[in-house]
Write a protein that binds this ligand. Structure first.
Ligand code: ITT
Length: 192
């Protein structure tokens, strides 16, 4: 029976095809762009986490998945923010950003709420730029190297600003608004 290697990479196909030929096996190729973990978005990650948590805990809950996307690094570290922060830290990011003129970056926060009836996604984005050095002691993660647009202090230098304008403030505000509206709707349904 002929089987197929689904790959967008002709080199990989050639290397494996040869092994199949030598073994007397028939191999075909499906030339396709595969869904890979690296293409997954914060939304998809948060949905998977929320479904998994709900399955385990069976309580109305939400999860939040976030990350920082740096333009000059084609969106890196993005989905891998937590891992990269632990692996190379702020110094590692600043090293990658050495000599980069375009310092634009954005934080993304995605909240997924889930209960037995519904699943809802809320997103918040905060645009800004990456500093040349580590500045400030407040906050966590990438806060000491991120200056939000319209300001000149990092989130770590001015945490009060972060509490007003961050990606997370935006996503959670949407969640809260929705929860409150939901309650209002339920009330009005009952009173009918
Ligand atoms: P969970 O258990 O909720 O998943 P986590 O920290 O692992 O916690 P994520 O997987 O969403 O969360 O990773 C997000 C990473 O992105 C986080 O660990 C930071 O390194 C970075 N990050 C996200 N929001 C940030 C913020 O507001 N300030 C600084 N860094 C942030």
């Amino acid at each position: 029976m002929k089987i197929y290697f689904a790959t967008s990479n002709p080199w990989k196909y050639r290397e494996i095809k040869e092994k199949f030929n030598n073994a007397g096996l028939d191999l075909g190729r499906i030339n396709t762009q595969l869904l890979e973990l690296q293409d997954v978005t914060n939304e998809e990650v948060a949905l998977i986490s929320a479904r998994d948590a709900f399955k385990k805990f069976k309580k109305p809950l939400f999860v939040e998945d976030s990350g920082i996307y740096i333009k000059a690094l084609k969106g890196f570290p993005g989905l891998y923010s937590s891992f990269i922060f632990k692996a190379i830290g702020l110094k590692g990011i600043l090293k990658l950003m050495e000599n980069k003129k375009n310092r634009q970056a954005e934080f993304i926060s995605v909240i997924v709420y889930k209960d037995s009836k519904q699943e809802k996604v809320f997103k918040g984005i905060c645009r800004g730029s990456i500093t040349n050095k580590i500045r400030g002691r407040g906050g966590f993660g990438f806060d000491p190297i991120f200056v939000p647009k319209g300001y000149n202090t990092t989130f770590a230098e001015n945490y009060a600003i972060k509490e007003k304008i961050s990606h997370r403030v935006k996503s959670v505000n949407k969640l809260i608004k929705w929860l409150k509206n939901g309650k209002q709707k339920q009330k009005s349904k009952r009173s009918k």
